[in-house]
Design a protein around this ligand. Structure first.
Ligand code: HEC
Ligand code: HEC
Length: 381
């Protein structure tokens, strides 16, 4: 015992027993993905809004832990580039060891990666600039917080500044297992939070929480029946109501429409005549210094099944359905449904023509109303 202790003390520094707890790099990869570190530090730790951390940057385990658990106080400037912090409930000691092992297993880079979503241009509201460059919110939420504004819309009548600030400062209380890290009134001062609120809630506006889910109901012979569940996920009497809805489902080129039914069914027409564009998936984009982004070319060929629903109030559900022939469920068939969309005229995203604003790719369609892509459920094979 005694000799062992002396032997340990006599070892050169590099051979001191490792104080790094054994971590599991592949479990760490899971934490890195679930806790969304990747949105700021890159999929392979190559960096982005945050510095590259692949290889560990030479940080000791203690330095690494501190970077994640201990809130840092920023400078309060717009471009401070702070990292939010995580509590021990969000990232446990075990997670920390796994994360460290994962990060150290990655190949260091010589060139840091680029931001997942670009900074807001100088012409953008100050609130959006705090959100994009000040605190990195937009790296997870994209430039307009499409989903965050929808979650707020589910509780619209209760949403004021206090409600909004609570979702962020006390986020962990509501969603202990969630993917969002933490800020305090010191790391994100209230005057900045108010500007973010003004821009996100008062300027662009909350969104109605509308969803369309397409499933296969039955397949018999050459005919396949589909259900389309349209719903407003807002809380009854509290969430936003949507008005003037148009639902369209793309008819796969190999299929024929046998029938369509449900409230507001209008029939089949060429998509090009409908006057609405299919929603696009969210995808990071570049823009010029004014925030201008090009609208991508859209494929408007083919027919669509159309329903018009005058109003869908919070918590309301509507069942729509249709049958196709020559449409045996296959990957090709489900891909052909892609771009089927629910549009609603009101409430729309409140757009100001100028100064130029940053938009998310999904909304680079004529700026009226709002929309959501229909979610297609593929049956288990
Ligand atoms: C909102 C963006 C964002 C998220 C999410 C984020 N980071 Fe960071 N991270 C940063 C920024 C920005 C810095 C640089 C902070 C500074 O210089 O003060 C940083 C710094 C770090 C550092 C210290 C690097 C150094 O050289 O000191 C480590 C380690 C780190 N982050 C790991 C993580 C891990 C692990 C996660 C997920 C659990 C994570 N980060 C999530 C933005 C983020
Ligand atoms: C590391 C990724 C990440 C960052 C950075 C981030 N969020 Fe979130 N945010 C989430 C996730 C994930 C959710 C969904 C709830 C959950 O899983 O915790 C969420 C939820 C929200 C909601 C909805 C809350 C509700 O339940 O009504 C709002 C509003 C929001 N975030 C605003 C912000 C703001 C403002 C910032 C910057 C100060 C920010 N977020 C930064 C990931 C992030």
């Amino acid at each position: 015992m005694h000799t062992l202790l002396i032997a340990t003390l006599l070892l050169p520094l590099a051979q001191q027993p490792d104080t790094v707890p054994a971590g599991d790099a592949s479990a760490g990869a899971g934490v890195y993905a679930r806790k969304l570190c990747r949105m700021c530090h890159g999929e392979q730790g190559e960096g982005g809004y945050g510095p590259d951390i692949a290889g560990g940057r030479g940080l000791t385990f203690a330095q690494f832990q501190r970077a994640i658990w201990k809130p840092r106080i920023g400078t309060g400037l717009v471009y401070n580039g702070n990292m939010p912090f995580y509590s021990k409930r969000q990232i446990s000691e075990k997670h920390m060891a796994d994360l460290f092992a994962f990060v150290r297993s990655l190949e260091p880079v010589s060139e840091p990666g680029s931001w997942h979503w670009m900074p807001a241009p100088a012409s953008a509201s100050i609130g959006q600039r705090y959100y994009m460059q000040g605190y990195g919110c937009g790296q997870c939420h994209e430039p307009e917080n499409k989903f965050g504004r929808m979650w707020l819309g589910e509780y619209a009548k209760e949403v004021d500044y206090e409600y909004f600030a609570k979702q962020i400062y006390e986020h962990e209380e509501k969603r202990p297992g969630g993917g969002m890290p933490l800020w305090t009134r010191e790391t994100l001062p209230e005057d900045h939070m108010r500007e973010i609120y003004k821009w996100m809630v008062l300027e662009i506006g909350m969104r109605a929480s509308i969803g369309g889910v397409l499933t296969v109901a039955e397949q018999k012979g050459d005919q396949t029946d589909f259900n389309l569940a349209l719903s407003n996920r807002g809380v009854e009497n509290v969430g936003l109501d949507a008005e003037g809805l148009t639902v369209f489902v793309k008819v796969p080129p190999q299929a024929k429409v046998v029938n369509g039914s449900g409230p507001g069914y209008e029939g089949v027409m060429p998509l090009a005549e409908l006057g609405l564009l299919p929603g696009l998936p969210l995808a990071p984009h570049a823009h010029d210094t004014t925030g201008h982004v090009e609208r991508p070319e859209q494929d408007l060929s083919g027919d669509v099944l159309v329903w018009k629903v005058p109003k869908l109030v919070a918590a309301e559900k509507v069942a729509l359905s249709f049958s196709l022939s020559g449409a045996t469920p296959s990957d090709e068939l489900f891909e052909a449904f892609d771009g089927s969309t629910v549009h609603w005229e009101s409430p729309g995203r409140r757009v100001k023509g100028s100064p130029p604003i940053m938009v998310y790719r999904d909304l680079r369609v004529p700026d009226k109303g709002d929309h959501e892509r229909i979610f297609v459920v593929r049956p288990q094979q």
